[in-house]
Write a protein that binds this ligand. Structure first.
Ligand code: NAI
Ligand SMILES: N[C@@H](CC=O)C(=O)O
Ligand code: NA
Length: 433
């Protein structure tokens, strides 16, 4: 039985996890892959004291792995955009298959990488890049291949969900972020997690694999969790909602919505119960209906689980000398549709508004009248006398679904009222239908 040789580039959280699981479960993985998987090289900036590489050659030069004759699959686990792009293109150029956990790389350079890989007839697999250990790319590309996918919505950043979960329990943002970093969940630059960039990378990939559109990361709308306050978390709960950081991609007649932002979700929906580093992705297909994929979105061995699943897929193809490949984005390149990402003003959503209003008679009536002038219906409204402070009482409103353009115009008019002297806080809400 011919062995399949793997070169690991990057021995950090995911690289270490991949090394450990491949070594520990070698026998059962070989049984599934149909060939033994041998780690033939490891390259990273530094060796690790806690990992015994035995007699596996180690180098500080990751590019050596792309040139080595004893490597069939280059496993890119260094992260980042530029060096990773060079590394992966060099591997492809040299006829190696590539497995990566790097969603930034795929979201930004994926179109170029897939084109290069198609020319060379090699596989580029990236399951670990989206929702970590959850096999969601496989579910969409293979399990849902018979469906027209209408929308995808998910909690797709473990660090952000961990922070929101702990904030709800009363802990401070910065303290929890440090903890997530220590556990190896966060990106090298954690603003990617808290400002939604990492989630936007993943959503870009999900939308492309789901709808069959080219990767368009630069068009994704990205808003993070750094401005979410304990006050809004508590008041969303009073309305029967929980605040989660969601990526939402929705197919519309004239384009797609592609947006990442904090979102109120009904407490009764399963996704509201997804806490900590766990991720969940809802995928709605016209045949199957709503499906949900749930599990660890980050962490060393959880992510390694997806990296290794991709290695096994490649090993099976290599062993079978198969030219049969799952298309990179689930659709053959000539079947991709050039659907535009819609501007945010054209998206449709419900909205939570927090309006800091002066405690004057008639304010509520003015607010309601402005919303009504813009065609916005109110689902619930809340104002508590006990929250009167400095002559102001917050008015909390939940609207029905409208176009973002309507809400923007209404907010402009609200902020022009003399009774409202602060910016209106606006958080989108989603009912998943
Ligand atoms: N940590 C997690 O839970 C998850 C991470 N990912 C992705 O996996 C990839 C790796 O992430 P982590 O393991 O967390 O990062 P990490 O920072 O723990 O590990 C990266 C390793 O690569 C090495 N490295 C980076 N650039 C190098 C270079 N030019 N030459 C030699 N070595 C270099 C670093 O020294 C480090 O050992 C990233 O793309 C990340 O987005 C994906 C899913 C989950
Ligand atoms: N930093 C990411 C790691 C996995 O993709 C996250 O927190 O989800
Ligand atoms: Na995954």
């Amino acid at each position: 039985m011919k062995e399949v040789r793997v070169g690991i580039c990057g021995l950090g959280t995911v690289g270490g996890g991949t090394y450990n699981v491949l070594t520990r479960n070698a026998e059962l993985i070989a049984g599934r892959a149909g060939s033994p998987i041998r780690i033939s090289r490891v390259a990273s900036r530094r060796r690790r004291d806690d990992i015994d590489l035995g007699d596996i050659p180690f180098s500080n030069d990751i590019f050596e792995v792309t040139r080595a004759d004893d490597v069939d699959i280059v496993v890119e686990l260094i992260g980042g955009y530029d060096v990773a792009r060079e590394l992966v293109l060099a591997a492809i150029e040299n006829g190696k298959h590539v497995v990566t956990a790097n969603k930034a790389l795929i979201a930004v350079h994926g179109n170029e990488i897939f084109e290069a890989a198609a020319k060379q007839g090699v596989i580029v697999a990236y399951e670990a890049g989206v929702a970590g250990g959850i096999p969601v790319i496989k579910a969409i590309r293979e399990g849902m291949a018979g469906n027209r996918i209408d929308w995808i919505a998910g909690i797709i950043n473990g660090t952000g969900n961990y922070i929101l979960t702990e904030m709800r329990a009363g802990r401070a943002f910065d303290e929890v972020l440090k903890e997530a970093q220590a556990k190896g969940y966060a990106e090298a630059d954690p603003t990617f997690d808290v400002e939604g960039i990492d989630a936007a990378h993943k959503l870009t990939i999900l939308a492309s694999a789901g709808f069959g559109v080219p990767l368009q990361f630069e068009r994704a709308y990205t808003e993070g969790i750094s401005r979410i306050t304990p006050y809004d978390i508590a008041h969303a709960e009073l309305l029967g909602y929980r605040i989660k950081h969601l990526g939402i991609a929705r197919r519309r007649e004239n384009g797609i919505e592609l947006r990442v932002h904090p979102t109120l979700v009904p407490q009764s929906h399963l996704i509201a119960q997804v806490d900590g580093v766990l991720n969940a992705v809802l995928v709605d297909g016209d045949a199957v209906g709503q499906t949900m994929y749930y599990g660890p979105g980050a962490g060393d061995e959880a992510t390694a689980s997806a990296v290794i699943a991709d290695i096994v897929d490649v090993a099976r193809s290599v062993a079978a000398e198969s030219r049969q490949r799952v298309p990179y984005l689930g659709f053959e390149p000539d079947a991709l549709e050039n659907l535009e990402v819609l501007p945010m003003e054209d998206i449709q959503s419900a909205y939570y508004l927090r309006i800091q209003a002066l405690d004057r008679p008639g304010v509520l009536a003015k607010v309601a009248s402005i919303l009504s002038e813009h065609g916005i219906n109110i689902e619930s409204i809340m104002q508590k006398e006990s929250e009167l402070e400095d002559g102001k009482i917050p008015v909390i409103i939940l609207t029905h679904t409208v176009q973002e353009r309507q809400i923007n115009r209404a907010i402009e008019d609200l902020e022009a009222l003399s009774d409202i002297q602060e910016k209106v806080v606006r958080i989108r809400a989603e009912n998943f239908n």
